[in-house]
Design a protein around this ligand. Structure first.
Ligand code: HMG
Length: 391
């Protein structure tokens, strides 16, 4: 079904953490040749949350500028996508709803399917807008990517939140109805409820991702989707930025297209600028790629962008988004760069200390160390409840 109402992303903002660990510090600790990080996986640094930051503080910081710019009167739904959930029952979005003083006439829900969750949230939002174009939906993707210390996954950690205001007649991008879908039951990456660090079979996860690229694009084509040549650029989920290059080469091969190095760079290069310094932000990753592309590319008005969202386990979706006339006036390029530049570099010992911190599950009063200079903080865990503060 297709409709002539334009629906899509009206505004997009992102937040990250107080701290950042340069890969040079990790390499010096574990004796890795830095080329493996900088070139082999394409990562320069990774965002590290302060003791008083989590998915809620990042999400509220990402969404606050949207609410400040557009008000909240039309927001009747908040969909919070994450795979680093803080509670098995309560949706993290309810804390954000409270911190941002959103209207009580609102539904708030959390969605999960690894890194794919935000795309499910976006599609859910688009359906709601089609039903009632007067409403807006706040879609938030927020994650902290955490692997075991001294494991191969460690170099692919990171953290960020992206907030998107989704509505009719969007100021940034129109999202097309047609999607290519792919699901396969694979154990490439997972996190049982009793662990806070993910388990992963690295090579299996790369293979599963590439199979999903092929499967989702095959379905997209069978649904009558656009051809490769129609896209100005491709935004892939980026667990590490080199993965986008592997994915795009795989797609070109699958389609029998030329895998010329310059053509791949032209299609992918600009999308990696934020992810290479933030690291894997799971649900937020593909939308950070989109922000980086829009912030740096020449005018893309009317030129479709292909988005590929992948979540281990696995579910994938390929779809198209087209920048609308005047979109460049609504970008948050300066704020986005400031979000990246405001982070304070950690040394290896400081990073390790933060990585190992956990709250005891004893129901006591556990104030957090005041570290973040951001607009929201997790002040304590008290009586098994998370206590947040807005500055
Ligand atoms: P590893 O074993 O540390 O690294 O694991 P490697 O030996 O495979 O080397 C990585 C690359 O660096 C290779 O390049 C090397 O040749 C190169 P490739 O063959 O891949 O092109 N290399 C060098 N290059 C230049 N100079 C050097 C040098 N040395 C080596 N000196 C791995 C890497 C990514 C597997 C690991 O970090 C990992 O397990 N990460 C976590 C899993 C992951 O990110 N998987 C990605 C796909 S799954 C996904 O995207 C979903 C996910 O986001 C979760 C979700 O959905 O919720 C993870």
């Amino acid at each position: 079904m297709s409709s002539d109402i334009a629906v899509g992303i009206h505004d997009l903002s992102f937040a990250s953490t107080e701290f950042v660990l340069p890969h040079t510090a990790l390499a010096a600790h574990n004796g890795t040749e830095i080329g493996k990080y900088h070139i082999g996986i394409g990562q320069q640094s990774m965002s590290v949350p302060a003791a008083d930051e989590d998915i809620v503080t990042m999400a509220a910081a990402a969404a606050a500028p949207l609410v400040a710019a557009h008000g909240s009167d039309r927001i009747r739904t908040v969909v919070f996508a994450t795979e680093s959930s803080i509670d098995q029952a309560k949706a993290a979005g309810i804390y954000v709803h409270s911190l941002l003083q959103l209207p009580s006439a609102c539904r708030v829900v959390e969605l999960k399917q690894a890194c794919y969750g935000a795309t499910a949230a976006l599609q859910f939002a688009l359906g709601l807008i089609r039903r009632d174009p007067a409403q807006q939906v706040l879609v938030i993707a927020s994650d902290v990517s955490k692997y075991e210390l001294d494991s191969p996954g460690e170099a692919t950690q990171g953290a960020a939140a992206v907030a998107m205001l989704v509505g009719a007649d969007p100021a940034l991008l129109r999202i097309e109805d047609r999607s290519g879908l792919f699901t396969a039951d694979v154990m490439d990456f997972w996190r049982p409820n009793y662990r806070d660090a993910a388990l992963v079979d690295g090579q299996e996860s790369i293979n599963a991702y590439l199979q999903a690229v092929e499967g989702a694009f095959k379905d997209y084509s069978e649904q009558g989707g656009r051809t490769l040549e129609e896209f100005a650029a491709f935004c892939y989920h980026q667990p590490f930025t080199k993965m986008a290059y592997k994915a795009h080469r795989h797609l070109l091969n699958y389609c029998g297209a030329d895998t010329d190095k310059e053509a791949v760079e032209a299609a992918i290069g600009l999308t990696t600028a934020y992810n290479t310094v933030i690291g894997n932000s799971y649900t937020a990753s593909v939308y950070l790629g989109l922000a980086a592309l829009l912030d740096q590319a020449d005018d893309l008005t009317g030129r479709p962008i292909g988005l590929f969202s992948y979540g281990s386990g696995s579910v994938a979706e390929f779809f198209a988004a087209t920048p609308v006339a005047g979109y460049r006036e609504h970008l948050r390029t300066k704020a986005n760069r400031a979000t990246i530049e405001r982070r304070t570099p950690l040394d290896y010992a400081g990073y390790r200390d933060l990585h190992q911190r956990t709250f005891p599950g004893d129901g006591g009063d556990h104030p957090t160390e005041a570290q973040t200079t951001g607009p929201f903080r997790l002040a304590a865990l008290r009586d098994h409840k998370r206590i947040y503060e807005a500055r």
